[in-house]
Design a protein. Structure first.
Length: 270
């Protein structure tokens, strides 16, 4: 069963796999109740109450589900005016860390901080971009564009990109940003001034995540590779046809693949 989204709460974990949500609360993975919507174009997150959320789109309309009292329910009350018609796709990032970002395609954005909410208009886009919370900084990407998301909105990186389509992004800092491009088998790096391009250490890179400048993970069709700050190396035992990578720390990295969920803890694949 393909796992395309992974989330960490403060005390639990969740994953989306083949239209099914799973949760781990310390006693092993358990299948959650049936989802009331197609979630193949959505992601799983945890809210600040440490309960799962699912956000994205299905059939051109948004999906925003909240798990409460043992069942999945629409959580329109959490997205304010974005719940109004048209019910266009949502994109963004949720979690217990500041900030949360919720945007509607063709509509507005909410930047949620514990100190208050900020409303702003995102750039006009034909398709929903992806948003990642890298440390405490939200970043957006889609096509040839990369944005840092601030209280003032989406701020584009001015440097000319070396990629045609960003399939995954992770920013260690503003001067250390990684992008993977599956169709070109390429990895791209921004050093604060310009982008550079290198062949990927694996075929078909799809996702990138980093705990630091010396611990950068890339996964894709050809498995996984790790950058130690000097060079890339393939990771032995990693699943092929990997879809996503996410971690808590350098010693606790999770890979979602077409055939399940894999963990690499303290240097050993599981």
């Amino acid at each position: 069963m393909p796992v395309h989204s992974i989330a960490f709460g403060e005390k639990r974990m969740a994953a989306l796999a083949g239209g099914v949500a799973w949760i781990e609360e310390g006693a092993g993975w358990e299948k959650m109740p049936a989802l009331p919507a197609d979630t193949s174009a959505s992601r799983v997150f945890f809210g600040r109450d440490d309960r799962p959320r699912i956000m994205g789109s299905a059939g051109g309309e948004y999906v925003y589900l909240r798990f409460k009292n043992g069942a999945w329910k629409r959580g329109d009350e959490e997205i304010a005016n974005l719940a109004s018609k048209p019910r266009a796709p949502l994109y963004g990032v949720l979690g217990h860390a500041d900030p949360e970002v919720v945007c509607k395609l063709g509509g507005g954005c909410i930047l949620k901080r514990r100190s208050g909410w900020t409303l702003f208009e995102p750039p006009a886009l034909a398709d929903p971009p992806r948003v990642e919370l890298c440390g405490a900084e939200p970043w957006g990407f889609g096509g040839r564009e990369v944005w840092k998301i601030t209280n003032g909105g989406f701020v584009p990186l001015k440097a000319t990109p070396t990629f045609e389509r960003a399939d995954g992004l992770w920013a260690v800092t503003e001067n250390d940003v990684w992008v993977v491009e599956r169709g070109a088998d390429a990895i791209h790096h921004f050093d604060g001034a310009r982008w550079s391009r290198a062949p990927s250490a694996i075929d078909g890179p799809r996702s990138v995540w980093a705990s630091s400048a010396k611990d950068v993970w890339v996964v894709g069709d050809g498995g996984a590779a790790l950058f130690d700050g000097a060079s890339w190396r393939r990771v032995e035992g990693a699943p092929s046809r990997a879809l996503t990578v996410f971690g808590r720390s350098a010693g606790d990295v999770w890979i979602g693949a077409e055939r399940g969920l894999f963990r690499r803890a303290s240097g050993a694949a599981r």
